[in-house]
Design a protein around this ligand. Structure first.
Ligand code: UDP
Length: 465
């Protein structure tokens, strides 16, 4: 058992990009650092800190910077480009102010651990004479591709039918991140993905939210050729992995209001083991109404009970007539849930996912095979790995207008929940990866060793500089 009562030897600030999928892994990593004797303070934007649901008993301190929108952001009023600029300019200034405030208060602040999406935080850390630690919240495979693009080693637009990137299997263009193969689709996000690498060579440590065994080839390539990379994941609450952090049972910060857990468990308990399909597209995906309709029909055709997370802002896109015709025992539609608790339920047999990295890693850690329906950003690459490399799921193919049709949904769900060869193989791979994920973060595992080394090296560098 590790203790979080050791005297605090050093204080680190941990700065995620202000979105659920980035806060979760960095908050969890902070808990690991606290368990190893550091003091960690999570830094959120003023607006998020005021609007989230947080666990008041958390061992992690909380502080804020400003993104220039302390009262919240109206999506219509602000372009992504303008928001990124405001986050960088106002964020840099207020992060420097926060560091100075902590210095004045006599706290031994040594390092800023920043999300790769916020490279300006490294410049601020250096200006304030602190160590700068980049924490990548996407897979090494995805970062390897972005790195090669950013350094001009993978020229865009992509040409030919196969994309060759060192450390990776050959990829079809559509298996690279959407910002790469659909050039110009989201310029602000493209810039954010590429800017991760503009100053990364100056970072004192490079950490990645994955685990060695999952991405061995690319981690080896990057470590040998780019920087000494430390994989520190998976970053799920300890309860779902090694159980060494006694109170770490949930992420502890939610930007959405989850439905009461007991209602969901009661519903799940009424179903047979491995019979329920869980469907979620995460916190940001914006599906077309026609895709909602095809998905709903496909799920109904597959004939398995399903639990579908449809955020409140998306619920008007559901095909009402169809949904009303399905009995409540067969379909539960909720705006948000505690996804980990759901995936950990014995009733879940398949996860229809957009392949956000957190969701994929959560499914891997909990041994749930997937139907991959990637939407944008890194999800296409994650989906490729889910199907062809980790072999824990199948991709639902899109038609000529980019839609996954109802028959395709039905076919893929049946493939995963079915008892055919492929279904059995996926279930077996899922079990193997679950064991590997737990071993990686468990005592003496690859990520546990990397976190120990990181803490040790941080302490020794901090006492020298
Ligand atoms: N999540 C949740 N409840 C839900 C849907 C999602 O707690 O109803 C969590 C999920 O467990 C994951 C995160 O939200 O940790 C979503 O991150 P991901 O990288 O999968 O997708 P993103 O939201 O970044 O697109």
């Amino acid at each position: 058992m590790e203790s979080s009562n050791k005297p605090h030897r050093a204080h680190v600030l941990v700065l995620p990009y202000p979105a659920q999928g980035h806060i979760n892994p960095m908050l969890q990593f902070s808990k690991r650092l606290v368990a190893k004797g550091l003091k960690a303070t999570l830094v959120l934007t003023v607006h998020l800190a005021g609007s989230m649901h947080a666990d008041p008993s958390s061992s992690i301190g909380l502080d804020t910077i400003s993104d220039g929108h302390d009262l919240g952001l109206s999506a219509q009023a602000e372009s992504s480009e303008a928001y990124q600029t405001s986050l960088r300019v106002v964020g840099s200034r207020t992060l420097a102010e926060l560091i100075r405030k902590l210095d004045r208060s006599g706290q031994a602040l040594y390092a800023v651990i920043y999300d790769g999406f916020l490279p300006w935080a490294l410049d601020v850390a250096k200006q304030c004479a602190k160590l700068g630690v980049v924490f990548f919240t996407q897979t090494c495979a995805v970062n390897d591709i972005y790195y090669h693009v950013q350094r001009g080693l993978l020229p865009l637009p992509l040409s030919g039918t196969s994309v060759e990137v060192p450390g990776l299997p050959p990829l079809e263009p559509s298996e690279t991140p959407s910002f790469v193969y659909k050039l110009g689709s989201y310029p602000a996000f493209y810039d954010m993905a590429m800017n991760q690498f503009e100053n990364v060579d100056d970072a004192d440590f490079v950490l990645s939210d994955t685990f060695y065994e999952l991405e061995k080839e690319v981690v080896d390539w990057m470590s040998a050729n780019l920087w000494p990379l430390k994989t520190v994941g998976p970053t799920l609450p300890s309860l779902y992995l090694d159980k060494r952090l006694p109170h770490d049972t949930a992420y502890g910060i939610s930007l959405f209001t989850p439905t009461t857990t007991s209602n969901i468990s009661a519903w799940l308990h009424r179903h047979l083991p491995r019979s329920v399909v869980y469907v979620s597209f995460g916190s940001m995906a914006d599906l077309e109404p026609s895709q909602f309709s095809e998905l709903a029909h496909g799920l109904a055709l597959a004939g398995c009970p399903f639990l579908w997370i449809v955020r409140s802002s998306e619920q008007h896109k559901l095909p009402r007539d169809l949904m009303d015709s399905i009995p409540c025992e067969e379909a539960l539609i909720l705006p948000w849930c505690n996804q980990l608790e759901v995936l950990a339920s014995n009733a879940i047999g398949c996860f229809v996912t957009h392949c956000g990295l957190n969701s994929v890693i959560e499914a891997i850690c909990l041994g749930i095979p997937m139907v991959a329906m990637p939407q944008w950003t890194d999800q296409s690459t994650n989906a490729k790995f889910v199907e062809d490399v980790w072999r824990v799921g199948v991709r639902a193919r899109t038609d000529e207008v980019g839609l996954v049709g109802r028959e395709e949904v039905e076919r893929r769900v049946r493939e995963v929940v079915g008892r055919g060869e492929r279904g059995k193989e996926m279930a077996e791979s899922a079990r193997r990866w679950m064991a590997a994920a737990k071993a990686a973060i468990g005592e003496g595992g690859s990520s546990d060793r990397n976190i120990n080394e990181f803490v040790k090296e941080l302490m020794s560098r901090a006492s020298i500089e």
